[in-house]
Write a protein that binds this ligand. Structure first.
Ligand code: ATP
Ligand code: PRP
Ligand code: MG
Length: 214
């Protein structure tokens, strides 16, 4: 049996065409079913649905053999025990620093002000500001980061941006782009050896399908 860990929503949706290229069809719709283990048309392949930030953990500890996770999530996880053979070029976005429209971020940085920054991405934010030599107090949040500066809880946020619609809707502006994000294929290192016969061909089909889509 090969177990693939996916999160509901964009990762599931954007992985489906890659699975189709490998002849794999998921037999239930995660938006309709309450099941967490979804069968596929192949009796020896199943999909498990986990939170996006839990995908690396499931693959690391063997709850799944293979999974799809954003670079953001992988950096925060640390990547221990994971083989990352392929950038799938899906769920593309970037990590940015954003502030309320009226806030002079550049001035604050020049003045050496201590900034309070709200984020779910504490590792990425810590490394970014350390490299810049900017002192920050990080406030860990688990979602809706945009709200933090609007309520006066933080000066800035570090969050994912794609179209910029969420920032605009909350009167925030992007002031720095930290890194580009896309989703990676992650494989359990032991499974790659023990289930080579199943995993290698799948990785090859995904590689070809990713190149074709580019
Ligand atoms: P949860 O729902 O558990 O809080 P989440 O919000 O991280 O998790 P998703 O929104 O499905 O779950 O995000 C999964 C991955 O998709 C992220 O880790 C990131 O790599 C990417 N992603 C997130 N938001 C966007 C976006 N707006 N556009 C493109 N890719 C995105
Ligand atoms: C993500 C992310 C941003 C938004 C950015 O949220 O956390 O808030 O997308 O995308 P945009 O620039 O195109 O607006 P998501 O849609 O995943 O909602 P969530 O709060 O449920 O994670
Ligand atoms: Mg999200």
């Amino acid at each position: 049996m090969m177990t693939l860990a996916l999160s509901k929503g964009r990762i599931f949706d954007e992985t489906l065409p890659l699975l189709a290229a490998a002849g794999i069809q998921v037999l239930e719709d995660p938006e309709k079913s309450r099941k967490l283990i979804l069968p596929t048309n192949l009796p020896d392949v199943r999909v498990v649905l986990v939170r996006a930030s839990d995908v690396p953990t499931y693959v690391q500890f063997g709850g799944a053999d293979i999974g799809v996770a954003g670079k953001d999530v992988l950096i925060e996880h640390g990547g221990q025990g994971l083989y990352q053979p392929l950038d799938l070029q899906i769920a593309k976005c970037h990590v940015s620093v954003a502030v309320p429209a009226g806030f002079d971020y550049a001035h604050a940085v020049r003045q050496g002000a201590r900034l309070r920054v709200a984020t779910k991405y504490t590792t990425i934010a810590r490394e970014f500001f350390a490299r810049k030599g900017v002192h920050v107090d990080l406030v860990k949040l688990y979602g809706s980061m945009e709200l933090a500066p609007l309520t006066g809880m933080a000066d800035a946020i570090v969050d994912l941006v794609s179209t910029g619609n969420t920032l605009r809707a909350n009167n925030l502006v992007e002031v720095e782009r930290i890194m580009e994000i896309s989703s990676q294929l992650v494989v359990n290192q032991a499974a790659l050896r023990l289930k080579q016969a199943q995993l290698r061909p799948l990785i090859e089909v995904f590689t070809r399908a990713t190149r074709l889509a580019a």
